[in-house]
Design a protein around this ligand. Structure first.
Ligand code: NAD
Length: 542
């Protein structure tokens, strides 16, 4: 039960640093990059606040230089996962009882460290471990700080929401954490999401097990260390890298799993949902299932669109971070009449993109995350090359001799339902369908229905009547919709993020809509002068 005055102001977003040539932050970051690239970090599990070392380990390499090892990470097995559940449940009462303002102070302190002296540590580990360019890492780390600040503020907004009372009666709502532990499983592509998945529930008093992605484990470990340094009590978040299979078998099936906070692929979330459904009678509570999952995000242009920003949106939206943002553009619909101009611009811009090492600051795009992702991209490219339904506008090549490099690739497809127009690829490949100008309605309908996802989408048009028509036609095709802007780059507190259909439960990370999933309201009515009466006044005969 919070007992503080509610004093936290709505936060401001952390401003991004520029890393311009000659700037202090650029020099500091380069030094940190050289340091981290020159060492091999040994990563333990963290259970009940203690480091736990296991014999089962994985090596962590840089995707853009896949023989270069930067970390070795212990993996949890059945024994350690059981210990972590016990540690979380043992920490629960004290964490719940800690005054809300003291719990919050831990996370606000972590946010200040992230935007201050710890920024370079998280930026460098995200750049090297996840192959992000400096700008992509910077926006990721700034988002992590935003998640913490908006999370604390969002919790306060929930606690403030109280029922009305009448004379002699006090009604109040006690926002309890869930009665059990949270299982948080995170993806590789954002350090911020990794950090947020266990932390958002912890802000409102929950305890958690956190399974990071094996390809983001270095930056995620540094975040975990930071939380400990900021005073997070032992056992509140337990850091347990392990296989998905072990997590399913030993954690998701546990009767005290009260909530599941996930970001990753649709297939994994659906398998967990199924598992929970099959075991539903064995849980102490109905587990809350929150998942943000896959996407097939689109840019749809009308013939009144301004072609320069349209082409820029396709290039940035599709290729930044190698197309591995959940919001990345991976299909576009362009009317025939403007296609020649758009095509010229796409060819010109794509040819100018440097693909390479993130430590060279003129790099626009680095490597895809791992061999599996590289093989997926290669498969789509090879099949498109062999298909008479497709032609390459740009790219179409790949090279894994040093890193998992796939060139930025634009495929023009003759049909809007060709596989690369409808399936999530999660790499630097965008497919384009050029439609007859007089088939706008039909093409909008295809965009809405051809793929099962509904995460992000953008339209480009100058004609306002057309904008209204397109927005209506695509209302359920995304959770985040953009007009005359690219479909990526959502900012916490400005464009709350999440999708529907096969893209997730749309609980909008970093908002009260998400935080409210991690509390269970307890309604308390107190009578100050309780009545001894049995009979009601209407029962009188006089
Ligand atoms: P992934 O589904 O392969 O892995 C996500 C996490 O689930 C990892 O920690 C992984 O080890 C774990 N996992 C794998 N199999 C499991 C199993 N059987 N049981 C339990 N856990 C299991 O996803 P990824 O490759 O890390 O991330 C890319 C995916 O995430 C894309 O589909 C992308 O669209 C999605 N994503 C969505 C959003 C969003 O907000 N909607 C944000 C980021 C990423």
């Amino acid at each position: 039960m919070p007992n503080a005055y509610f004093t936290i102001k709505r936060p401001e977003n952390d401003p991004f640093k520029g890393y311009l040539p000659g700037s202090a932050e650029r020099a500091e970051l380069k030094e940190e990059l050289a340091k981290q690239a020159g060492q091999v970090v040994r990563i333990p599990l963290i259970i009940g606040g203690k480091e736990v070392w296991t014999d089962e380990t994985i090596t962590v390499t840089m995707p853009h230089d896949h023989q270069h090892v930067i970390a070795e990470c212990c993996m949890a097995g059945e024994k350690e996962l059981k210990q972590a559940i016990d540690a979380a449940l043992a920490a629960k009462d004290a964490w719940e009882a800690m005054p809300w303002e003291h719990r919050s102070a831990i996370f606000l302190k972590a946010a200040d460290m992230i935007t201050g002296p710890y920024r370079k540590v998280l930026n460098a580990s995200t750049m090297l471990g996840q192959s992000k360019t400096v700008f992509q890492a910077e926006i990721d780390i700034a988002e992590l700080a935003d998640f913490l600040r908006f999370g604390v503020w969002g919790a306060q907004e929930i606690f403030k929401e109280q029922p009305s009372s009448v004379d002699g009666i006090w009604n109040r709502q006690d926002y309890r954490p869930l009665d059990g532990f949270i299982c948080a499983i995170s993806p590789f592509n954002f350090t911020s999401i990794g950090g947020n998945l266990p932390t958002a529930p912890a802000i409102v008093g929950n305890v958690a097990l956190w399974k990071p992605s094996r390809t983001a484990v270095l930056s995620n470990y540094y975040y975990m260390k930071l939380l400990q340094w900021c005073g997070l009590p032992a056992g509140v978040i337990n850091f347990v890298p392990c296989t998905g299979g072990d997590m399913s078998k030993h954690v998701i099936s546990h009767p005290k799993m009260a909530g599941f906070h996930f970001t990753g692929s649709t297939a994994v979330f659906q398998s967990v949902w199924k598992q929970v459904g099959e075991n539903i009678a064995s849980y102490a509570n109905y587990p809350r299932l929150v998942g943000e999952t896959g996407g097939k995000d689109f840019i749809f242009a009308h013939n009144t669109a301004d072609v320069e920003p349209l082409a820029a949106a396709i290039v940035r939206g599709s290729f930044e971070f190698q197309g591995q943002k959940c919001s990345a553009c991976s299909r576009a619909f362009i009317p025939e009449s403007i296609w020649p101009q758009v095509e010229d611009l796409l060819k010109k811009h794509t040819a100018g993109l440097k693909v390479g090492d993130v430590q060279e600051f003129d790099t626009f795009m680095a490597a895809v995350i791992d061999k599996a992702s590289f093989e997926t991209c290669k498969g789509y490219i090879d099949r498109a090359a062999a298909s008479d339904e497709c032609e390459f506008v740009a790219g179409g090549t790949y090279d894994d001799s040093k890193g998992w490099f796939v060139q930025p690739t634009i495929i023009r497809c003759k049909t809007p339902t060709y596989e690369s127009m409808v399936k999530e690829i999660f790499g630097p490949i965008v497919s384009i369908y050029v439609y007859p100008d007089d088939k706008l309605d039909e093409t909008l309908a295809v965009c809405d229905s051809a793929s099962p996802y509904a995460l992000t989408g953008a339209i480009f048009a100058q004609d306002r009547e057309v904008i209204v028509k397109m927005e209506r036609a695509l209302r359920n095709a995304s959770g985040n919709f953009y007009i005359n802007d690219k479909c990526t780059g959502a900012i916490v507190g400005q464009q709350p993020f999440g999708g529907a259909r096969a893209s997730g439960t749309n609980d909008k990370a970093g908002t009260t809509l998400n935080m409210v999933r991690w509390v269970s309201a307890h309604t308390v009515k107190e009578a100050f002068c309780p009545s001894p009466a049995i009979a009601y006044p209407y029962m009188s005969e006089k």
